[in-house]
Design a protein around this ligand. Structure first.
Ligand SMILES: NC(=O)c1ccc[n+]([C@@H]2O[C@H](COP(=O)([O-])OP(=O)(O)OC[C@H]3O[C@@H](n4cnc5c(N)ncnc54)[C@H](O)[C@@H]3O)[C@@H](O)[C@H]2O)c1
Ligand SMILES: O[C@H]1[C@H](O)[C@@H](O)[C@H](O)[C@@H](O)[C@H]1O
Length: 334
């Protein structure tokens, strides 16, 4: 049994604790921590888990074999370094950190240690809709991909959600999944702001249209609309030489009532990615127990942050094309 400590008992921390406790096999949550220690008690006490108010004590608890970090992005780096220093595997929710520089620093520490300990929570790679699309692209049947359009539509965000978070919190998923789907490397980034919705905090730029050009010339367009009002909706359409592939929508019943028919959308990410998260965390537990991590690694975290940094620069100069300079993947991460 893998003894897991969870740092950060907010929305997704609680989801992961619940799935490990009630649905997955081979892992047990034995410790939890949160700066808001009451919140940690709420989830930890019913499980008989040890409750900490800081991550260092949890990471260094000899009864904790591996860590899940579900604090806000700005706090990830500190806990990841603590785990690396303790030589313990850590599953860190996306993004690995908020800057390329910080993520690179973590990758360098890990390479120095000579053992892969970090997995990043890019769960779309575990989602059946995306894996079907990847299989089709890899089969070669559709010929070369030419361009793709993705939308990341969110019903509404709170006032703390910033223009920058549209990149490193939301679009970071597309940034990761697109290069994985296409086996591509990125070259440049551009951001455009179309007419802005009135249904948002005045400080936030929403919606945003992001373009990423790949080394092969493929152009990926990512539409991020964080206050779309109607539901949580993710789409991706890949136009190839021999045809077009659309990301399948999660199966939902078609409802006929009140003179109309509808397929309801999810309200948020929790249900939308439920099976992907289950698979992701189960495979992480299995991999840690087997002694070798197989999921998205720190270098994938670096690629995402280098790309996100280029998009953040592009946000400052609408329409300007910013280079994305990711070094070659080190052998350690191949
Ligand atoms: N993969 C996904 O689809 C997905 C979905 C949701 C969230 N996330 C990611 O998970 C992370 C957490 O998101 P959330 O929505 O659960 O946030 P949240 O704000 O609901 O929860 C974060 C928790 O961490 C605690 N915290 C803050 N700083 C801390 C620290 N230094 N040590 C310990 N606890 C600390 C807060 O008190 C809070 O309880 C973010 O990085 C987010 O991007 C990923
Ligand atoms: O933290 C969440 C989560 O990562 C979701 O998967 C994503 O769709 C949201 O945009 C983001 O805010």
């Amino acid at each position: 049994m893998l003894r897991i400590g969870v740092v950060g008992c907010g929305a997704i921390g609680r989801e992961h604790i619940n799935r490990i406790t009630n649905r997955l096999a081979g892992g047990k949550v034995v410790a939890v921590s949160d700066l808001y220690v009451e919140g940690a008690h709420q989830v930890g006490d019913p499980l008989g888990a040890t409750v900490y108010s800081n991550s260092a004590d949890l990471v260094n608890d000899p009864d904790v074999d591996a860590i899940i970090c579900t604090t806000p992005a700005f706090a990830h780096k500190e806990t990841v370094i603590q785990a690396l220093e303790a030589g313990k595997p850590i599953f860190c929710e996306k993004p690995l950190t908020t800057t390329a520089e910080d993520s690179l620093e973590l990758a360098e520490i890990e390479m120095e240690l000579g053992k892969k300990l970090i997995q990043v929570g890019f769960m779309r790679r575990f989602d059946e809709s995306y894996t079907q699309v990847k299989d089709l692209l890899d089969s070669g049947e559709f010929g070369a991909p030419l361009y793709l359009r993705c939308s990341h539509w969110f019903p509404e965000v709170d006032d703390g959600f910033t223009t920058e978070m549209a990149v490193y919190d939301a679009a970071i998923h597309e940034i990761d999944v697109i290069h994985w789907l296409l086996n591509e490397r990125y070259e440049s980034a551009q951001v455009m702001f179309p007419r802005q919705t009135g249904k948002k905090n005045p400080e936030l730029k929403d919606p945003q249209i992001m373009h990423i050009r790949c080394k092969s010339g493929v152009i990926a367009t990512i539409e991020v609309f964080l206050n779309c009002q109607f539901g949580y909706d993710i789409s991706c359409q890949i136009v190839c030489e021999n045809g077009v592939i659309d990301l399948p929508k999660p199966p939902r019943p078609l409802l006929r009532r009140s003179g109309g028919q509808t397929i309801p959308l999810d309200e948020n990410w929790k249900n939308h990615w439920m099976r992907a998260y289950d698979l992701e965390i189960q495979q992480w537990i299995d991999a840690v127990r087997a002694g070798e991590l197989t999921g998205p690694n720190a270098w994938d975290g670096v690629i995402a942050n280098v790309t996100a940094d280029a998009l953040l620069r592009a946000q400052q100069n609408e329409g300007q094309i910013e280079p994305i300079a990711v070094g070659p993947r080190p052998d350690f991460y191949k």
